[in-house]
Design a binder for this molecule. Structure first.
Ligand SMILES: NC(=O)c1ccc[n+]([C@@H]2O[C@H](COP(=O)([O-])OP(=O)(O)OC[C@H]3O[C@@H](n4cnc5c(N)ncnc54)[C@H](O)[C@@H]3O)[C@@H](O)[C@H]2O)c1
Ligand SMILES: N[C@@H](CCO)C(=O)O
Ligand code: NA
Length: 436
């Protein structure tokens, strides 16, 4: 049988994993597709010591792959936005299907690239871009296509979860764990994308578009990372029965869509609270099936390769018996009726930590401010003041309230003479309606 020919651009962590899994499972994959997948060309800057590429045509020019008339599918694994965008666009224009793991590219330039792909009747597939090896795009776009989606909430950055877990369980320092995640191939080329939540925001943008049929709107996604989380807050959260996880949350409300990435306190008993290390999990709550949870490796060479190759297989099968799957699961045009809500309008519960002078009346002032903003306290923890210390740590858990009210209260609390420094604010989510 005539093979389907692919060209791999970039032979780093994911490119190397893709090459090796394709080689190892060649026969199995050929049986599943109905014909072999042949790696016809690789573009790389330097050899990957983990891959034996002898016998494969190699170039250092990625555009040579886009222009190679023999190639059916271009696999973009170089990362970044600039060259990758030109490369993907050039492949589309020359009639090639594209598979990419590049969430930044899809979140930022996806509207344009997917429209271009439709025009040229080719597919752009990006399962590896979200939650690594977990087939969550396929689940949302196909498995849950009958449902109205209420919420998508997930741990969608492996590096961040790896860091938070090691800080909590081993007491490791932030910097040490980050280096470890980099050595394991989990982190982005620029690791601030992981620790400042940008990578998770790219992924949430893609998930929200598929869940709600809205255009990709990365710039509208509220983005906060884990760099401000201290061992202290992890400990206090634990004392109150919670764990701090870095979540991407997309929630449909009648006023619009909440689209936000930030550290979040979640009850310890929830399954999501127990997703540790590089593992990711995405909870999807919908009208018909209710909550579903998708769990698996969120980063790493072969887990990500698994998703890249699944897309290659899907496209290869479609070349023989075409059936058109819209890239975001909705037929165009996408809906403009649902707007993304400003962060002030979003509603969550909050964990607040402040440092207050240890004398009578302070608590009354604080609770008065909170009550003026309509904020109810659900739990309160006041740490003992030891001799020689002037300030006591006060931790409060609030009921669900608009973010604006909490911000107003924090401004007023920070202005009190008896309160020292800034109030730490971490959002909470009880993941109600989701018994898992
Ligand atoms: N590492 C992961 O676990 C993971 C998981 C999911 C998605 N991704 C995404 O996959 C992509 C690749 O990530 P990675 O971790 O494999 O990165 P990487 O840095 O390990 O690999 C990228 C490779 O591309 C090569 N490259 C870059 N520009 C090139 C060019 N112009 N010509 C030829 N080669 C070029 C680099 O030399 C490098 O070997 C990124 O978009 C990343 O966000 C990574
Ligand atoms: N840097 C990303 C890779 C997987 O997308 C992460 O740690 O989740
Ligand atoms: Na995936």
């Amino acid at each position: 049988m005539k093979p389907i020919k692919i060209g791999i651009c970039g032979l780093g962590t994911v490119g190397g994993g893709t090459f090796n899994v394709l080689m190892r499972n060649k026969d199995l994959i050929a049986q599943r597709v109905g014909r072999p997948i042949e790696i016809a060309q690789i573009a790389m800057r330097r050899p990957n010591p983990g891959c034996d590429t002898s016998g494969v045509s190699v170039t250092d020019d990625v555009y040579a792959v886009a222009d190679n008339p023999e190639i059916d599918i271009l696999v973009e694994l170089i990362g970044g936005c600039e060259t990758a965008k030109t490369l993907v666009s050039r492949a589309i224009v020359s009639g090639k299907h594209v598979v990419t793991a590049n969430k930044a590219l899809i979140a930022v330039h996806g509207n344009e690239l997917l429209a271009e792909a439709e025009k040229h009747k080719v597919q752009v597939a990006f399962e590896a871009a979200v939650a690594g090896g977990i087939p969550v795009i396929k689940a949302l776009r196909e498995g849950l296509a009958a449902n109205k989606v209420h919420t998508v909430a997930g741990i969608i950055n492996g590096t961040g979860n790896f860091i938070l877990t090691a800080m909590e369980k081993k007491g490791s320092s932030f910097a040490d764990v980050l280096s470890e995640a980099q050595a394991l191939g989990y982190a982005e080329a620029d690791p601030t994308f992981d620790v400042e939540g940008i990578d998770a925001a790219h992924k949430l943008t893609i998930l929200a578009s598929i869940a709600f049929g809205i255009p990709l709107q990365f710039e509208q996604t509220y983005t906060e990372g884990i760099s401000g989380i201290t061992a202290e807050d992890i400990q206090y959260a634990h004392e109150l029965g919670y764990r701090i996880k870095h979540l991407g949350i997309a929630r449909a409300r009648k006023e619009g869509i909440e689209l936000r990435v930030h550290p979040t306190l979640i009850p310890e008993k929830r399954l999501l609270a127990n997703v540790d290390g590089v593992m990711n999990a995405v909870l999807v709550d919908t009208d018909a099936v209710g909550p579903t949870l998708f769990y698996g490796a969120g980063a790493g060479a072969e887990p990500t390769a698994s998703a890249v190759i699944a897309d290659i297989i899907d496209i290869a099968r479609g070349i023989d018996s075409p059936h058109h799957m819209p890239a975001l699961g909705y037929q165009r045009p996408l809906s403009n009726e649902l707007t993304v809500l400003p962060m002030d309008e979003t509603e969550t519960a909050f964990y607040l930590r402040m440092s207050a002078a240890d004398h009578p009346g302070v608590m009354t002032q604080i609770t008065r401010i909170l009550s003026e903003e309509g904020i109810n306290i659900e739990a309160l923890l006041q740490k003992e003041v030891f001799e020689g210390e002037q300030f006591a740590a006060i931790i409060m858990l609030t009921h669900k309230v608009k973010e604006r009210a909490v911000n107003n209260a924090i401004t007023a609390i920070e202005a009190l003479d008896d309160v020292n420094g800034q109030v730490v604010k971490i959002r909470m989510d009880h993941l109600e309606h989701c018994n898992n």
